[in-house]
Design a protein around this ligand. Structure first.
Ligand SMILES: Cc1ncc(COP(=O)(O)O)c(C=O)c1O
Length: 400
């Protein structure tokens, strides 16, 4: 299988981890030899309720027995999509009332950017340096890393960048600006949380000049930071909220949510202003609905902050220079990319799944399922500490 994997399946990196997956359940993924790996990554913040959660599997099976794809997005009334969008609205501020469901996060970002242009009649988009919003052409245009984009230019014109967390640059947002798009917590950059009032100040500036604020919660949403959505920690409300990943509970999804007034603009002038065949797919929506219900009805959201404390308590070591992030969106920084690589690879051998962040090579990603138990957290942390103890601090020269 490994030979065929490399021969036939297109790869995204020269050295994929290439673990052969047998099955997954709870907080564990098992390889084809049935070796268990404790999952501190959750498919990159996607498997909110862990693996093979009975409520999700049941929702998927029940819906699959009923009907699969029947029509393109938005034409027919399909219970899972209606209930999912309703439940989202019930748990969001009043102005975030209508949701458009997509197949992925990056598509939801595309939809949000289009909506902002359509609503304002303006073309300028402002994004943050070191931002990541996905990999399609529009989403890549607002990525804050030139070296990752230059091979694909020309991209969207009229995109400007500001420094995240720097309120002195907010005057770049003007009456020419259609929207500002920001991750509530910057993910790829290294789990950078917004400083006090930053997002509120951006929101105020946007409203001053008639621009829309888009917050990308594809990674921080669905309970991961101690609230259903990250922005609810920061006393602000976006005009357009983008979600994905963890909303699907392990199934592919994206969503953008705004007021009915904004959202209804996509219906006409031009008609069919944003269309998709599979967005809102009934099986995916059923999985997302089961996930969202469980997150809302259980005490998982409040537990994330307790679990964060446990991680911070147990991840104390001279080679861990900092722990960034909030809730169960954490990054442990080591002094060098080499040490980080070694920890991630050696932990995998030792039965613990960790991963990298896109643009911060010294960061170890810790984004477990919200359902991870305290015991599993302590066990995983002890594997990390054990590996760090075996790495000689002198073998790498710290870069900071
Ligand atoms: C903040 C953020 N935005 C957008 C995306 C793109 O989502 P997807 O990979 O589902 O297209 C991601 C994925 O990592 C993300 O973390």
């Amino acid at each position: 299988m490994k030979t065929d994997f490399f021969k036939y399946q297109a790869q995204t990196s020269p050295q994929p981890l290439a673990m052969k997956i047998g099955r997954a359940e709870g907080s564990y993924i098992y390889d084809t030899n049935n070796k268990p790996y404790l999952d501190f990554v959750a498919g990159i913040s996607a498997c909110t309720l862990g693996h093979k959660h009975p409520k999700i599997i049941n929702a998927i099976k029940t819906q699959a027995d009923c009907y699969l794809h029947v029509m393109v997005y938005g034409e027919y009334i399909q219970k899972p999509a209606v209930e999912l969008t309703k439940l989202l609205a019930q748990h969001l501020p009043k102005k975030l009332e209508k949701t458009y469901l997509t197949n992925s996060g990056t598509e939801a970002v595309e939809g949000a950017l289009k909506l902002a242009k359509r609503a304002t009649g303006r073309s300028q988009i402002i994004a943050a340096k070191h931002a990541y919003h996905g990999n399609t052409m529009g989403a890549m245009s607002v990525m804050g890393y030139e070296e990752r984009k230059k091979a694909f230019r020309p991209l969207l014109p009229d995109v400007q960048f500001i420094t995240y967390n720097n309120t002195n640059e907010l005057d770049k947002i003007t009456t020419k600006t259609a929207c500002v798009i920001l991750e509530t917590i910057q993910g790829g950059a290294g789990f950078i949380v917004p400083s006090k009032d930053y997002l509120l100040k951006v929101q105020e500036r946007c409203h001053e000049v008639g621009a829309l604020l888009i917050l990308d919660e594809i990674q921080s949403g669905i309970g991961r930071t101690g609230k259903l959505f990250g922005f609810q920690n920061y006393n602000c409300t976006p005009d357009i909220l983008v979600s994905g990943k963890g909303l699907g509970g392990g199934m592919p999804i994206g969503a953008f949510t705004a007021s009915a007034k904004l959202m209804d603009l996509l219906q006409d002038h031009p008609k069919l202003g944003h269309i998709t065949t599979f967005g809102g797919h009934p099986v995916i929506a059923a999985s997302a609905l089961a996930t969202l219900k469980e997150v809302i009805e259980s005490n998982l959201i409040t537990q994330t902050l307790e679990k964060e404390k446990l991680f911070r308590k147990h991840l104390v070591h001279p080679l861990i220079t900092e722990i960034r992030g909030k809730g169960l969106m954490l990054a442990a920084l080591t002094p060098s990319a080499e040490i980080t690589n070694e920890v991630i690879l050696r932990c995998q051998d030792a039965g613990l799944i960790l991963f990298w962040l896109l643009f911060e090579p010294k960061a170890i990603r810790i984004t477990p399922p919200l359902t991870i138990s305290n015991k599993e957290i302590v066990k995983g942390c002890s594997i990390i500490i054990d590996i760090l103890n075996r790495i000689s601090p002198s073998q790498d020269t710290p870069t900071t």
